[in-house]
Design a protein around this ligand. Structure first.
Ligand code: GN1
Ligand code: MG
Length: 340
């Protein structure tokens, strides 16, 4: 199958070695090493049911950014010789090709305040640079992606349908998720108040979605733009809090290692404000703690719902993987709750 995809992009398969990059939970990604290096990705069409919307959003963003911020590094897909951004395989899955940026690295956890500041300022710069663009011309690539009320409803449905065994095993996590449902009420009130401005947000701002320069550790550019779409800034800030402040990532089983690092949190907030400080309104500026809680909660709900549903959404490496992830996120959430 790969051979055909290579050929469609005008590449000779014999010139490259393909190694899987396994960090993501949704798409299949390969690094192609050769004279020139690329990243080749098969988009999960069961999750992104309209991949052409992703390509459309990226086209609008890239056109706008190249016109208004010509120095800004925005990673656009490499087109086929026929000018297509995506190539479909026999099973109907779209494939895309990106240039691989030499001497760049991704990290799965933040080690220093500088990394937190740089990454947060990198994600904020994307929203800031796109702030002059009409948000409504971008299409949601996944409907209600970070709508907390919707995710809670999906969790409740999963709970009704789950087997007795799964519910038993996850009992404590289920109760924990129910305890935090006050956040759904707060979220609904916030949205109803209309105090949040709709912006173009990245919606997957975990720390491994930013490329760092291997030597200087400065942020080069953001990656994984499948969910670049209209959203609220709390989605991006919250996902950063979720993935920056703990010294271990969401895969960690030992919950004693899940911690809140105040200095990293502060650096993140400052990094975000360095680009977005003059754009956020007064209400938005008070919402950094809520953002962290809301996004950590939404991930716990999604991971737990997937466990209860029999693991149909996220890629897993062992049977309880989603439950482990949910417990990890709930631990982090309890630490964030203590901060407020
Ligand atoms: C998924 O595939 P990946 O790792 O980029 C998910 C995000 C979650 C993340 C949790 C489309 O992203 O929402 O935050 O896993 N993406 C989708 O690590 O569901
Ligand atoms: Mg992603």
């Amino acid at each position: 199958m790969l051979t055909k995809i290579f050929t469609s992009f005008g590449l000779n398969p014999a010139d490259f070695k393909a190694d899987p990059i396994t960090a993501g939970y949704i798409n299949q990604t390969y690094k192609l090493s050769g004279k020139q290096a690329y990243v080749l990705q098969r988009v999960n069409k069961n999750v992104f049911t309209r991949p052409e919307l992703i390509a459309g959003n990226l086209r609008i963003a890239s056109d706008y950014l190249s016109r208004h911020y010509s120095d800004y590094v925005f990673l656009s897909a490499v087109k086929t010789p026929a000018g297509q951004e995506m190539v479909y395989d026999e099973e109907g899955f779209p494939w895309r090709l990106f240039p691989f940026i030499e001497n760049s690295i991704t990290i799965n956890k933040v080690d220093t305040e500088e990394e937190a500041y740089n990454a947060a300022s990198g994600f904020a710069q994307l929203t800031a640079n796109l702030s002059g663009c009409d948000a409504t011309v971008f299409k949601p690539t996944i409907d209600r992606f970070h709508d907390l009320a919707w995710r809670y409803a999906q969790f409740e449905t999963a709970l009704i349908r789950a087997t007795y065994e799964r519910k038993q095993e996850a009992q404590e996590a289920i109760e924990n998720c129910q305890h935090f449902s006050y956040l759904v009420t707060e979220y609904n009130e916030l949205i109803a108040s209309k105090k949040l401005q709709l912006r173009i947000t990245h919606n997957d701002t975990k720390i491994n979605n930013i490329l760092f320069d291997a030597k200087t550790r400065k942020a080069i550019c953001v990656i994984d733009l499948d969910t670049l779409m209209p959203g609220y800034f709390i989605y991006d800030v919250g996902d950063m809090v979720r993935t920056f402040v703990s010294p271990v990532d969401e895969e960690e089983k030992d919950l004693t290692k899940v911690q809140f690092r105040e200095e990293i949190y502060t650096a993140l907030v400052q990094g975000y404000l360095s680009q977005m400080g003059d754009k956020l309104n007064d209400t938005e500026k008070t919402l950094f703690p809520f953002a962290g809680m809301m996004m950590t909660y939404i991930m716990a709900l999604r991971m737990l719902a997937d466990f209860l549903n029999g693991n149909i959404y996220y890629q897993i490496k062992y049977p309880d993987h989603n439950l482990v992830r949910a417990r990890n996120q709930l631990k982090l959430l309890s630490l964030l709750e203590k901060q407020t």
